[in-house]
Design a protein around this ligand. Structure first.
Ligand code: PMP
Length: 357
């Protein structure tokens, strides 16, 4: 008997996956190059020893939300936690999107905003960024007026281009948006300014963050949103019961005690980012400014895909964005540990010196 067909529209959607190959230097998925602090691992181990595994976890993740609320100076009812910020984005689309509704994105940007919207049956309206990849607020206002999106996504710093939106941009988009504005700040700690300062119960604004990058906890899968109480309540309505396991709740709560260690790592990455930007400026590549833990660049003497392959032959894996709309020929490199960045820079130098395309 033939198996039933899944939804037809799924066939149209390609996954968003970077190849997972064995390499010495992995600079393709914007993780932290550093493991979490040993003290955090010890705390988690102690917590694990006393965990009531036979019971469901705290459905409201009270302690974790209180810890995050304390971190950001908001109330726990303004915090929603989920399995990675991708699940936060999915919850947003489930709660505010769906058939007959749309979300707006400004391309090129994080591919999962559109992907998740499609999966939840939400239409996507795409505006373009300026050639320098910033959002033009008057183009954005026109798009929003014409299409009335239920959710408008900003991404700051923007993945994969690297620049952050300033306060004026976020304020202008917020003023013109007919629905909710979501600023995805997966890389927010690396930037100079955060839209968290604009969040309040009467603003249609929410900010999403993750433990995957700055907190060195990509394996834990924990992300959250800070926004109006009403938005958090709507997200709770679409979350599955007990979606956030007890281990994850403990891992996040214990991590928040270690802000100083996290900030130290962020400082090191930011210094390394500036070093990479400086070194790459002297090479045959166009480099875009970055406020994130990655750098977008376009080789000028060889094709992007060839440089990606050449780097792989040096056991350095970066993200090949060269075939993505609006990013012809571009590659994205995650800022790694100092030695990894050295390896990347010398490999890039050698690959660029190879035969021109
Ligand atoms: N938003 C952006 C802009 C990202 O780049 C990523 C990770 N690639 C995420 C959200 C998702 O992060 P996570 O689900 O690991 O929290």
């Amino acid at each position: 008997m033939a198996l039933p067909d899944p939804r037809e529209d799924l066939a149209l959607r390609e996954g968003y996956h970077s190849p997972q190959v064995e390499v010495a230097v992995r600079l393709n998925t914007n993780e932290s190059p550093f493991p979490p602090p040993q003290g955090w691992v010890d705390d988690l181990r102690a917590e694990l020893a006393g965990m009531a595994f036979h019971r469901y976890p705290d459905r409201h993740a009270k302690d974790l939300r209180a810890a995050l609320a304390g971190l950001h100076g908001v109330r726990p009812e303004q915090v929603f936690c989920a399995n990675g910020s991708n699940e936060v984005l999915q919850s947003l689309c489930l709660a505010y999107g769906g058939p007959g509704r749309s979300v707006a994105t400004f391309e090129p940007t994080y591919a999962l905003h559109s992907h998740i919207a499609h999966l939840t049956g939400t239409a996507v309206v795409q505006g373009d960024r300026r050639p320098d990849f910033t959002v033009d607020t008057s183009t954005a206002a026109d798009l929003m007026a014409a299409t009335r999106p239920a959710v408008t996504f900003l991404c700051s710093p923007n993945n994969p281009t690297g620049m952050a939106d300033d306060a004026a941009t976020v304020r202008a988009v917020l003023a013109a948006a007919p629905g909710l504005v979501v600023v995805d700040e997966a890389y927010g700690q690396f930037a100079d300014w955060s839209a968290l300062s604009l969040v309040g119960d009467t603003e249609a604004l929410a900010v999403t963050r993750t433990f995957s990058k700055t907190w060195s906890m990509a394996a834990v899968r924990l992300g959250y949103l800070v926004g109006p109480v009403e938005v958090v309540a709507a997200l709770e309505r679409v979350a599955l019961p007990y979606h956030l396991d007890a281990l994850k709740q403990a891992a996040g709560r214990l991590a928040v005690r270690r802000v100083a260690e996290m900030e130290q790592r962020v400082g090191l990455i930011v210094r390394e980012r500036q070093r990479l930007l400086g070194a790459m400026a002297a090479m045959a590549v166009t480099v875009w400014p970055s406020q994130a833990n990655f750098v977008l660049f376009r080789p000028e003497t060889r094709k992007g895909a060839e440089v990606w392959q050449g780097l792989l032959e040096h056991s350095v894996l970066v993200r090949d964005t060269s075939s993505w709309p609006g990013l012809a020929g571009c590659l994205r490199v995650t800022v790694g540990a100092p030695a990894e960045n050295d390896t990347f820079l010398s490999a890039l130098d050698e690959v660029l010196a190879g035969t021109p395309a």
